[in-house]
Ligand binder design. Sequence first.
Ligand code: BGC
Length: 251
Amino acid sequence: MTRGFGVDIGGSGIKGGLVDLEAGALDGERLRIITPQPSTPDAVADVVAEIVEKFNWDGPVGVTLPCVVKHGIAHSAANVDQAWIGTDAAELFSQRLGRPKDQIVVLNDADAAGIAEMRFGSGVGRDGLVVLLTFGTGIGTALFQDGKLIPNTEFGHLEVDGHDAEKRAAASVKEDKGLTWAEWTPRVSRYVNVLEDLIWPDLVIAGGGVSKKAEKWLPLLEVRTEVVAAALKNDAGIVGAAVAAAQGLRH
Ligand code: BGC
């Protein structure tokens, strides 16, 4: 078995674990630690180091951020501390984890989840234009053309009816406003309608925590494109990060 290691940084939790790179699944338990508040780069890096050390892992590490990440540098921070903007995350984790920079790959969280879904989950064998949407605190997006990632799409911030899309249709909005599935799903339909008119995908993969309850809302969607639930559920980010690190994928 070839193993890797991934850490998925989110607004509420930081999750990491060993990954079986052939099976595309966690190898054993994952560890989740609540995201420190404020979620500054230093505070988050401490937690990442704690997780990696717990597993005694000394190979390459893939780390996701809920940010645009180019060449290891974070360029946005919609749901994490603003101090991330401009931070050389690859350098930060390399120092904090005591590893050379080429052992660290930092990438956007939705891109990581997409890599995992395309390789091991609902995107396997799907050519054409595939978009993964992660519904969580915000909306993350990952775009693939014939299996190749086009990184750092930020379609969760499309303007829909005068609003930032994720502020209307993220899973956190359902939670915060106490919306039923029947009340929340039309917001998702409206969002997907705007997106599908712009990029005409062949397949939408619906991910994030709400993908675990896909049967409650996917049938209610009114969209043109085929929509399937993500297969890897909560572990997609960790698995995708580990795959990216093993391959040395840098964007
Ligand atoms: C961020 C994206 C991120 C998504 C999911 C959005 O607010 O802008 O970079 O992928 O949330 O965490």
